[in-house]
Ligand binder design. Structure first.
Ligand code: C5P
Length: 223
């Protein structure tokens, strides 16, 4: 198993999927799970800052997530929401929702269950998030913490969003990246933090392929 943590815009999602393909492993995007709960909150007209209401809604949310790196499957009550969960409204509201302790308890339990099933089945999984090496799977044999400078991350976010048809300037992307980093790393419930034994990889100057080669090498020794 590979635990891949780090802030947004480090290339984590692309790296995690491609690494899983290369290793013939499963893939779990835990950020997509927090985004699904957030989408459900917004659709229900619940205030993302109302922790009690968010917690109650999370209990009722019927979401499903696939673990194949080749075919993304992200469903809310059966509906494919892979695109909707990446929209600006969800991105803006996801940090307060994921700071609610009950939401984290629910999702962490579900994540551990999915990881166990995949490990029992195909034997390997790459899991990406913010607290995988610290909370979800602290016994993971390989923990990687991806970083990149805030400028590089903002410019990647802006390119990604523009490619997906959502216009986002680099300045707005930088403000959004910094705001989310701050919220995610200062929350009380399992904040974004590198595990003490994580390998730090700075992707600012590296291509995705260079990162994958470096991580496959590490995984062949420890994964
Ligand atoms: O990785 P992604 O940008 O999709 O994550 C969206 C948000 O979900 C993060 O900003 C963070 O608030 C939350 N998250 C989390 N714990 C994880 C994964 C994501 O709190 N393991």
């Amino acid at each position: 198993m590979v635990a891949l943590d780090g802030p947004s815009g480090t290339g984590k999602t692309t790296v995690a999927r491609k690494l899983a393909q290369r290793l013939g492993a499963g893939y779990l995007d835990t950020g997509a799970m927090y985004r699904m709960v957030t989408l459900a909150v917004l659709r229900a007209g619940v205030d993302p800052a109302d922790s009690a209401a968010v917690a109650a809604l999370a209990d009722k949310t019927d979401f499903g997530i696939g673990t194949s790196p080749d075919r993304l499957e992200i469903r809310l009550a059966g509906e494919d929401v892979a695109t909707d969960i990446r929209g600006p409204e969800v991105t803006k509201a996801v940090s307060p929702v994921s700071a609610v302790p009950h939401v984290r308890e629910l999702l962490v339990a579900r994540q551990r269950q999915i990881i166990d099933e995949v490990l029992d089945g195909i034997g390997g999984i790459v899991v990406e998030g913010r607290d995988i090496g610290t909370v979800v799977a602290p016994d993971s044999p390989l923990k990687v913490y991806l970083t990149a400078s805030a400028d590089v991350r903002a410019s990647r976010r802006s390119t990604q969003d523009t490619a997906a048809g959502r216009k986002l300037s680099v300045a707005d992307a930088l403000a959004s990246v910094e705001r989310r980093d701050h919220l995610d790393s200062t929350r009380t419930a399992s904040p974004l933090r590198a595990a003490d034994d994580a390998v730090h990889v700075d992707t600012s100057e590296l291509s995705i392929d260079q990162v994958i080669v470096a991580l496959s090498e590490l995984a062949s020794h420890r994964g």
